[in-house]
Design a protein around this ligand. Structure first.
Ligand code: ADP
Length: 606
């Protein structure tokens, strides 16, 4: 009982949440739903009362004019009501389709503004999967919820009318109907429960399914699939997965079948008793033929047309609401660093300071950075070097506020960076990550991305015009050679006319995007890791020339790439081991000198 109450409250909250969204988008939505319920409720009552009068007239007065009038009223009434109902339903469905699209979009929007650490967390990924599943396959989304609510509302209204009709003829029949319905409700609830159990288990399996059917089949894996002949293994895994799903479906169907049969038997017994009882009353002359027929029809309406649909829909609504609550759960995952309202001023920007910064990834015990202290002055170029896994990228993520420090603080103009509005703070940064991504938009859109707010500013000594940026980043000739120039679409994801940039062109495009953004701090986090050391050195050097006197942070695991920097920061064993210029560090003969000489040997040997 406690559980049922909790479910009812939960369902009411979910319905209120979605009706709130719906009313915000379509203010007259609730009115439309209520009108729909009202018309749907009048129809069965009309179908009971007018035929009763017709039978009475047929077995009594037999007034032809009155009979024609009654038939006309019945046929005309049904026609008008059904026409109005279908118009309202059509309109309701159109609005609900638009709402469903809005809700789908809101999930994508949420995914894009989600706090970065959530994008890497299993809980958030699984919540997204559950939300998508909950809003589509199982619940039918807002359309499914609304359909259930309309049916529940209609059932309620009709029940009152029908109870009034039956109780005037044979109150005992009401009792019988209720008994039959209780057994039926039990069966229906068991059937629904079986479906619910399947839903609880499906997100993990669906995630694997979508990995196989969307990701692995996509472009990203095309080369490995062919060269390593990986398809048999994948097919085998897909089969195992399909078998697991089939097994679950079969179990569910078995349970649903048994409870379904019990429900049908109860229903048949209920009908048998009712017919018997009314037959006896009619034979004794206690009720008329018209009352016999009306009572049977009313009972049918009450049980199959009202009470059973009411219980089924109430249960389904609870189930749908439970599925849909996954959407609400997902929408309440934290958004990207929401803290802080201050706006950093580019003019007063004087560098970034790390004070006793320690960090471990959420949910892990291992310190990735420990007591890191570093001052990056305005206009300075800093190189972060260290072996793979020494925490270089993590440090960049902290500076970019993709994660918050666990201990200590990162400061800008004397203030903790968390005090600044996230949106305003990141405007100060142009970053090219190792795993940078280009979007399936035009070259121009890719380069202008995120730089629009800076379009009136200067790039170095030049104005921020795209042609200049293409030239500076070394893609001008390539762009010029393309038929649609900067309007050429990148990639063939959704349009065959798109071009696939080579690895080098893609890197230059990513660098062009960073140059165009024209922020006071630029960061290159090894976008060149796939290149050979000489090419990396050249790109870093060229980039350094391009950005003029901006503050720059270069990341590399190759110590030779950033010799030109004002300050080289060597990360090792979770902290900063050495800081100095290339020459200073070589002269010191410490870790940097050691690593540098070791790496230099490989290059010479190569
Ligand atoms: P680098 O850039 O120097 O190669 P990273 O900063 O990428 O090093 O990684 C430092 C350490 O943090 C590594 O041990 C890595 O496994 C761990 N790490 C990186 N990303 C995550 C993450 N999202 N969750 C947990 N640990 C991570």
């Amino acid at each position: 009982m406690k559980q049922l109450l909790a479910n009812l409250i939960g369902t009411a909250k979910v319905c209120a949440y979605f009706y709130h969204i719906a009313s915000k988008e379509k203010p007259r939505y609730l009115g439309l739903v209520l009108a729909n319920i009202l018309l749907l409720s009048i129809l069965p009552i009309l179908n009971l009362l007018i035929p009763k009068r017709i039978i009475e007239e047929l077995t009594g007065g037999q007034d032809i004019t009155l009979l024609c009038l009654l038939v006309g009223l019945l046929v005309g009434g049904i026609f008008v009501l059904k026409s109005l109902i279908s118009i309202l339903q059509e309109l309701r469905e159109t609005w609900e389709d638009a709402l469903a699209r809005r809700i789908d979009l809101s999930m994508s929007e949420k995914a894009m503004r989600l706090k970065f650490e959530c994008t890497e967390s299993e809980a958030a990924l699984s919540a997204r999967q559950k939300a998508e599943t909950g809003m589509s396959w199982y619940s039918g989304g807002i359309k499914g919820m609304s359909e259930s609510l309309v049916r529940i509302g209609t059932s309620f209204c009709v029940i009152f009318g029908v109870i009034w009709i039956i109780s005037r003829i044979s109150p005992i029949l009401l009792l019988l109907s209720v008994l039959a319905v209780i057994v039926n409700a039990l069966c229906t609830s068991k059937i629904n429960l079986a479906a619910q159990e399947v839903f609880e288990k499906t997100p993990a399996i669906n995630k694997f399914y979508s990995y196989i059917y969307t990701k692995i089949n996509g472009r990203e894996y095309a080369k490995e699939l062919r060269l390593y002949h990986a398809s048999p293994l994948i097919e085998q895994k897909a089969m195992e997965n399909a078998k697991a799903l089939n097994k679950m479906d079969n179990e569910c169907a078995r349970k649903q079948f048994s409870w379904g049969i019990l429900g049908s038997i109860t229903s048949a017994v209920g009908y048998g008793i009712s017919y018997g009882w009314l037959g006896v009353l009619a034979l004794k002359g206690a009720i008329t033929v018209a009352e016999f027929v009306t009572c049977i029809a009313a009972m049918e309406t009450l049980t199959n047309g009202c009470l059973i649909p009411l219980i089924t829909n109430a249960q389904q609504l609870m189930m749908k609401a439970n599925f849909m609550s996954a959407y609400i759960g997902y929408m309440f995952f934290p958004d990207e660093a929401a803290s802080g309202k201050d706006v950093p001023s580019e003019e007063s920007f004087d560098g970034i300071t790390l004070e006793h910064v320690s960090f471990r990834y959420p949910g892990t015990e291992q310190w990735v950075l420990r007591d890191v202290n570093l001052q990056i002055r305005k206009g300075e170029s800093i190189s972060l070097v260290g072996l793979n896994g020494s925490g270089k990228s993590t440090l960049i993520k902290l500076i970019c506020r993709l994660y918050d420090v666990t201990e200590g603080a990162i400061k800008l103009c004397g203030k903790n960076i968390q005090e600044y509005s996230y949106e305003e703070y990141v405007k100060l940064l142009s970053v090219v990550f190792q795993d940078f991504k280009l979007f399936g938009y035009t070259i121009e859109e890719n380069v202008r991305l995120g730089g629009v707010q800076n379009e009136t500013k200067k790039v170095g000594a030049q104005t921020a015009d795209l042609g200049k940026v293409y030239e500076m980043s070394g893609i001008a000739d390539w762009v010029e050679s393309l038929e649609k120039k900067g309007q050429t679409l990148l990639g063939k994801e959704y349009d065959e006319s798109g071009v696939e940039p080579s690895g080098g062109q893609a890197q230059k495009l990513a660098i062009a995007r960073a140059i165009y953004r024209n922020s006071p701090v630029v960061i290159l986090d090894e976008p060149t890791a796939a290149l050979d050391p000489v090419a990396e050195y050249e790109i870093y050097n060229r980039f350094h020339d391009l950005i003029g006197n901006k503050t720059a942070i270069y990341v590399s695991h190759r110590l030779s790439s950033c010799k030109f920097c004002d300050k080289i920061v060597v990360l090792d064993d979770h902290t900063i081991k050495e800081i100095g210029t290339h020459d200073e560090l070589l002269a010191r003969g410490g870790l940097y000198a050691n690593l540098f000489q070791t790496q230099a040997k490989w290059y010479v040997a190569g």
